[in-house]
Write a protein that binds this ligand. Structure first.
Ligand code: SAH
Ligand code: SF4
Ligand code: F3S
Length: 469
């Protein structure tokens, strides 16, 4: 009996020593993280960085000196997955001369492929889905002992609300703040509900505190992120008080008039007048709305399960233009969705002409395994037609966006300075309230994070060029 006790004590001592050594090792370990996909994935990488820092990992921006390389992946289109696979091939070649290197796949592609990833990409050591980042330290430990570390469990309540993200590649002025996760809409083309799970909102106090802290650290713009921000919903369990998206927006805007507030993405079926009135009420809520339409044809919208019609969408756009004149408007468009005819396509073009988008993200349809569309409809528009229609949409948008830039020439716009212009250290780079890039010559004692009233003298398709008057 005594022997056993002594043995146990020795064992504990040995374990303690091993733990201390492991911890020591961990302190010297560095991770590198590369992100793909939407802003939410970039925000998640900052949560991952925070979890790893808390567990004594240091970060590096040079993957050559990393002990662990993470790639935070996107599955939205086939091409996004191909990009990730290509990058993995490059990382794999580093592993040849650094066999101790661990490679971890995070995010949506990890969630979609789960442990299949390990069969397909043998040199991947860790596979972690978007709701399982808290388990990273233990999965790393498993991988270090030669096992594969996998956790792709989705959660109904994980929002990482208590984790203060570590800002990666930050300009120190603008930051993303996640307000919800997952998506309950079942747009038939979309993989997100499968990779990100059920929609859940983050507790408002933690959002407001994160924004307050950012402001105190010198940040001057926050972008509130969710796949469908208008369905943000929080009910206080003791008072039953409800916080809607409009309320949350108001609370964040009240932190300081010097803190700009943006948000993305709004769903046309859910954006409310209350949100538009809140935007109108606060000068510091930027007048810019990303309102993805996907298609201008009601028949296609129905097949996409977007749950609005062309007319409904146009009525929302009219309301925005009526309540918020000059408000920037952007969209996402998909060409060549299942059964799309030339007529449907023309309806997309005519809708775009009407809406005069300032910015558009345009894609041709890419069938995603497991989605409603993949199960129900044939992907029957030939690739060359999808691409031809995409070119037409892009060409139309290019003209429109140039016109929308030209409209700003001659105006004075309020710019938040984000840093040096890419082309010259003698120019500042910033954005206007309605999200247009502005470049202007440095004068006075202006700093990054300051606001400047800039007179716009000329423009290119992507940039307004001005000077301080
Ligand atoms: N939650 C946002 C969109 C997130 S995905 C919303 O509801 O609008 C970003 C964009 O990718 C979508 O708006 C859509 O235009 C595009 N997209 C999504 N799935 C796609 C697919 N299978 N093929 C092509 N584009 C797709
Ligand atoms: Fe995908 Fe639709 Fe959800 Fe956007 S709203 S993430 S397109 S399912
Ligand atoms: Fe891609 Fe996932 Fe975002 S699929 S677009 S990274 S939610």
């Amino acid at each position: 009996m005594l022997d056993i006790v002594i043995d146990k004590k020795q064992d504990e001592a040995r374990q303690g020593e091993a733990f201390a050594t492991a911890l020591n090792n961990l302190f010297t370990k560095k991770f590198y993280i590369e992100s793909y996909g939407c802003q939410m994935n970039f925000a998640d990488s900052e949560v991952v960085a925070s979890i790893l820092h808390q567990n004594a990992f240091g970060s590096t921006t040079n993957f050559q000196e990393a002990d662990i390389i993470f790639i935070n992946t996107c599955s939205i289109r086939e091409k996004a997955e191909q990009t990730v696979r290509k990058r993995l091939t490059e990382f794999r070649s580093i592993k040849k001369y650094n066999p101790g290197l661990l490679i971890g796949v995070l995010g949506c592609m990890a969630e979609r492929l789960k442990s299949k990833f390990l069969e397909e990409e043998k040199l991947v050591d860790i596979v972690v889905g978007p709701d399982a980042y808290r388990s990273l330290p233990s999965l790393i430990a498993e991988a270090e002992s030669g096992q594969k570390g996998v956790n792709v469990l989705l959660s109904r309540d994980e929002t990482y609300s208590d984790i203060s993200p570590i800002r990666l590649n930050s300009n120190g002025v603008t930051a993303f703040v996640s307000i919800m996760r997952g998506c309950n809409n079942m747009c038939s083309f979309c993989v997100v509900p499968f990779t990100r799970g059920r929609e859940r909102s983050r507790e408002p106090e933690s959002i407001i505190n994160e924004c307050k802290n950012l402001f105190a650290e010198g940040y001057r713009e926050v972008t509130l992120l969710g796949q469908n921000v208008d369905s943000y919903y929080w009910q206080n369990s003791s008072t039953d008080a409800v916080v809607s998206f409009a309320k949350l927006l108001e609370k964040v805007a009240q932190i300081s008039p010097l803190l700009r507030v943006r948000f993305s993405t709004s769903h046309p079926k859910d954006i409310t007048d209350e949100v538009l009135f809140t935007m109108k009420k606060y000068e510091n809520i930027c007048k810019y709305i990303h309102l993805p339409v996907q298609s201008g044809s009601t028949r296609i919208l129905q097949m996409m399960n977007r749950t609005y019609t062309r007319e409904w969408y146009l009525s929302k756009v009219n309301r925005i233009k009526e309540l918020l004149p000059g408000c920037g408007l952007s969209t996402d468009v998909i060409t060549g969705f299942c059964t799309e005819t030339d007529e449907d396509h023309k309806e997309t073009l005519s809708l775009m002409e009407y809406c005069e988008y300032d910015l558009a993200y345009m894609f041709f349809y890419s069938e995603r395994p497991g989605t409603l569309a993949a199960r129900r409809f044939a992907d029957d528009v030939p690739e060359e037609i999808k691409k031809k229609r995409l070119q037409e949409v892009v060409a139309l948008h290019r003209n429109q966006s140039l016109r929308s830039m030209q409209k700003e020439v001659g105006k004075i716009v309020k710019v938040l300075i984000e840093g040096n212009s890419k082309k010259s250290n003698e120019h500042w780079y910033g954005r206007s309230d309605n999200n247009k890039v502005v470049v202007f010559h440095k004068i006075n004692n202006l700093q990054k994070g300051d606001y400047a009233n800039v007179f716009i003298e000329s423009c290119t398709a992507g940039t307004l060029i001005g000077k301080i008057k």
